[in-house]
Write a protein that binds this ligand. Structure first.
Ligand code: ADP
Ligand code: MG
Length: 213
């Protein structure tokens, strides 16, 4: 598999649809332990990428990812805007270097994106954030790609890692972001950012494995 801008635009459409489908679950989670804006923040980001279709078509993937990052900085509010922007910038930088010419290269670029997000938010796994989904997904993506698994098998592994990571946030105490102020009262709720990431990752995996006809 090669990462191309055409695929990035298709992925944005799938993400946009999936986020709308999961509006109730995402919204209710940020209402429970945040300020309730996470759904609208993520949807705004997906809408912005979809609206860039003409501008991005034909560009190399790294340039498209960079333009997406810049756009997200000005469109998404809250903590999520700069975090997602850093992800796309980190991924763009890595794709520029390694080319994104096979599945392992794409996995490494995804991990570089997650690493940039970690640097930006000064976060780590176990703090009840989107990192509890993104970090295990990055590990799984690389490990499964190293094993030369089929694209379908890699997608299955990734979806499971995302679901497990999301489930792990339920019993955690939030120590980053808005929910951190709740301390132990954050226990028992899934994290909204972890949920939106799981939904987005699932949507992209389903797009990758969907039959062409
Ligand atoms: P805000 O918290 O400003 O209202 P959002 O509601 O859009 O912004 O995003 C909240 C989500 O962002 C949280 O559910 C959490 O997953 C994620 N998050 C917050 N702070 C961090 C951080 N420092 N590192 C990683 N993810 C974070
Ligand atoms: Mg919020």
């Amino acid at each position: 598999m090669i990462l191309q801008t055409d695929f990035i635009l298709k992925a944005a459409l799938s993400i946009q649809a999936a986020i709308i489908t999961h509006k109730p679950d995402i919204e209710v989670l940020d209402q429970a332990i945040g300020d309730g804006d996470h759904f609208i923040n993520v949807l705004r980001g997906a809408d912005a990428i979809v609206s860039m279709s003409d501008e991005l078509t034909g560009l190399p993937a790294d340039e498209a990812l960079n333009k997406i990052a810049i756009k997200l900085l000005s469109t998404i509010g809250g903590a999520a805007g700069p975090l997602f922007a850093s992800f796309f910038m980190g991924m763009a930088k890595n794709i520029k270097q390694n080319g994104g010419h096979d599945t392992l290269a794409i996995a490494v670029a995804f991990a570089a994106g997650v690493q940039a997000l970690i640097k930006r938010g000064k976060g780590k796994v176990g703090e009840k954030t989107m990192l509890d989904v993104l970090v295990p997904v990055a590990h799984t993506f690389i490990f499964s790609a190293i094993e030369n698994k089929t694209v379908t098998a890699i997608c299955t592994d990734i979806k499971t890692a995302a679901e497990d990571g999301l489930a792990s946030t339920r019993d955690l105490i939030a120590t980053k972001g808005r929910a951190a102020g709740l301390g132990e009262r954050s226990i028992g709720h899934l994290d909204a950012g972890a949920k939106s990431c799981q939904v987005m990752i699932q949507a992209v995996c389903n797009l990758v494995v969907q039959p062409l006809f």
